[in-house]
Design a protein around this ligand. Structure first.
Ligand SMILES: [Zn+2]
Length: 189
C-alpha cells in the first residue's frame, strides 16, 4: 500500500461475524482480532495497492457464493484485505495486520492511517460494546465513504487494481468458496 494518508481512506474497525470467521479461516484470529472480535481495517482505493513480489501466492476466498472477496497471502496466511466482487467500486478494506511500517521516513503506519473513525457491526462485538470512536456521525462517515468511492471511480482506479485483470475485471486468483459446513465451523469459534 502506497501514498496513504488519513484523508485518502477510512480507518475503521469491523466487528461482523464474517470478518471474525475470516480471521479464524487464516488461523490468525489472535493477531487480527481485538478483544471485542474487531478487525482493524483501512478502506482505500485498490489503486493504492501494488504487488511487488509473490503474485502467484495471492489467494482469495469467499465465505458465501455472493460474499466479499477476502484476499490473503497463501504462503503465510497473512491477510491482505476485502473487496467487492465487482470492479465498479474499486475499494479494498486493507487489514491492519498486513500493513507494514514504512521502510524510510518519519511517518509511522499509525500516522498514515490516522485515528479510527468508525465502527461497523458493533452489535456483533464480543464481551460488551467497544468504546465509541470520535469519528463523527454515522451519516457524515457514510457520506465521506461515498465521496471517496466516487473520487476513485472518476479517477479510473477501477482499471488500476493489481487484484483484478485490467481488461476483463476478473480476480487474479480464483476465489475458493467455503461450503456451508466449513463456514459454520468457523462461525462457531
Ligand atoms: Zn466485517
Amino acid at each position: 500500500m502506497r501514498r496513504v494518508a488519513p484523508s485518502s481512506g477510512n480507518h475503521c474497525v469491523c466487528y461482523c461475524e464474517d470478518c471474525q470467521a475470516f480471521a479464524h479461516f487464516l488461523g490468525r484470529a489472535g493477531e487480527i482480532l481485538d478483544v471485542h472480535g474487531g478487525t482493524e481495517i483501512m478502506q482505500v482505493s485498490q489503486a493504492t495497492l501494488e504487488i511487488v513480489a509473490g503474485r502467484e501466492r495471492v489467494a482469495c476466498m469467499r465465505l458465501t457464493p455472493g460474499g466479499l472477496l477476502r484476499w490473503y497471502a497463501s504462503c503465510c496466511n497473512t491477510p491482505i484485505g476485502n473487496t467487492l466482487a465487482t470492479r465498479a467500486v474499486p475499494f479494498i478494506g486493507v487489514i491492519r495486520l498486513g500493513i507494514r511500517e514504512p521502510a524510510v521516513g518519519p511517518v509511522t503506519a499509525s500516522m498514515a492511517l490516522g485515528p479510527i473513525r468508525a465502527h461497523a457491526y458493533r452489535r456483533s462485538a464480543k464481551g460488551g460494546p467497544p468504546g465509541v470512536p470520535r469519528g463523527g456521525s454515522n451519516l457524515s462517515i457514510a457520506l465521506r465513504i461515498v465521496r471517496l468511492m466516487l473520487t476513485w471511480r472518476l479517477r479510473g482506479d477501477h482499471r488500476r487494481s493489481p487484484l483484478l485483470d485490467p481488461v476483463t475485471g476478473t480476480p487474479i486468483a480464483v476465489p475458493r468458496v467455503l461450503s456451508t459446513s466449513e463456514r459454520e465451523a468457523l462461525r462457531m469459534r
